[in-house]
Ligand binder design. Structure first.
Ligand code: ATP
Ligand code: MG
Length: 361
């Protein structure tokens, strides 16, 4: 899958931008706060309908404007897709595929597959469980439409249950309603946990080799899925925690509390790994994600590398750049110097300055 072109109108600090991408490597360099990440963000939006930074539509629209337009042209399996997205200050976004408006964002599913890699991803093992859940959810939501659907239903039901837990102390007759919500919560929750378990198995098949190569065969790695329910079933865990949940007015067990453990040999590196160990494992995870997406969609995703190369030492930089040679990649950085000695060829270089982009070669 390749992104052929991008047009932005009144998006963030771009009044108007038209870009044509190379099928291989595209570099965007420039000083801080010039608009490099904004370009990657607009592409991420075209693929997922959401900002990778979690920004609301109204803040993506250029200051002083009412509406933004992002037009992305994509080629996938010999078919061209034009995705138009209109972001509005005060109403939901409008999306069209090949000029035909779609009603549900999920219809966009699977056209653009993106792997986004930013310096924060290197902290995924150091940070708390919510970051690791976010990783797994974002990835599975791109790969599996059913998962996406189950997850949004599950989250809705957890919310409903939490509301109910707040009211129930005053109205004991709501107990039956709690039972009804829990039946659904268990249904969706089990599906999510099964799929996460499968995902962790799939990553494990890939990550081990990558990590060995990255560490010069010094370290073995594997992931362990840690559902919050432990050895209980979700039904047992909910009923065991019911009294407590009613006290704290919140649902304390379920997939929204899961975690993934990263083991290097016998060491849980979330807790005991060195910083370098954690970051290398995070890089291995990201590289495994690329590989997993590639296997799942039988095609290559587009890789967006936001400022990530300067965070890696030469060995890891080379490893990353070598492993992505056949994938369309958009790289942002503050200078091009870091590429000078690299074996790998840069196909297009763009200089980004104050919402203007100039092609250099
Ligand atoms: P860095 O190297 O620091 O990451 P960058 O080039 O990636 O910088 P971006 O995050 O792409 O920078 O762009 C930031 C710029 O976009 C900021 O200067 C900010 O003022 C501007 N900006 C953000 N949102 C809007 C908006 N809604 N309207 C106009 N300008 C905006
Ligand atoms: Mg940036």
């Amino acid at each position: 899958m390749k992104i052929k072109s991008l047009k932005l109108k009144n998006f963030r600090n771009y009044d108007l931008l038209k870009l044509e991408f190379d099928d291989a490597t595209n570099i965007f360099y420039g000083d801080n706060a010039q608009g490099k990440t904004n370009i990657l963000e607009s592409i991420y939006l075209s693929g997922t309908t959401k900002s990778h930074r979690g920004t609301k539509d109204r803040d993506l629209v250029q200051f002083g404007q009412e509406e933004s337009h992002i037009e992305t042209v994509v080629e996938k399996n010999g078919i061209t897709y034009q995705i138009d997205m209109h972001l509005k200050k005060n109403s939901p976004k409008g999306i069209a595929i090949n000029k035909i408006p779609i009603r549900k964002a999920s219809e966009l599913f699977g056209i653009i597959n993106i792997v986004f890699f930013s310096p924060e991803d290197l902290n995924i093992i150091k940070n708390g469980p919510s970051e690791r859940r976010r990783f797994i959810d974002l990835e599975l939501s791109q790969l599996d439409k059913v998962y996406l659907n189950n997850l949004s239903n599950y989250n809705r039901i957890v919310n409903q249950r939490n509301h109910l837990l707040k009211d129930i102390t005053q109205q004991r007759n709501l107990m039956e309603t709690l039972d009804v919500w829990e039946i659904q919560l268990i249904q969706y929750g089990n599906k999510i946990m099964d799929r996460r378990k499968q995902f962790v198995n799939e990553i494990n098949k890939i990550i081990s080799n990558i990590h060995k190569k990255l560490t010069g065969h010094r370290e073995e790695i594997h992931l362990i899925y840690e559902p919050s329910i432990g050895n209980l079933t979700l039904e047992q865990a909910l009923s065991k925690n019911r009294e407590r949940d009613m006290k704290i007015k919140s649902t304390s067990v379920g997939p929204h509390r899961d975690d993934i453990c990263f083991m290097a040999g016998n060491l849980d590196i979330r807790r005991f790994g060195s910083q370098g160990q954690q970051r290398t494992a995070a890089l291995s995870l990201k590289l495994s994600e690329i590989e997993l997406v590639r296997q799942s969609i039988h095609d290559t995703p587009v890789l967006l590398l936001d400022d990530v190369l300067s965070e890696l030492d030469k060995h890891r930089q080379n490893y990353l750049l070598d492993s992505i040679h056949d994938i369309q990649t958009l790289i942002t950085c503050t200078g091009v110097d870091e590429f000078v000695n690299h074996r790998f060829s840069i196909n297009k270089v763009f200089h980004v300055q104050d919402g203007q982009v100039a092609k250099e070669n």
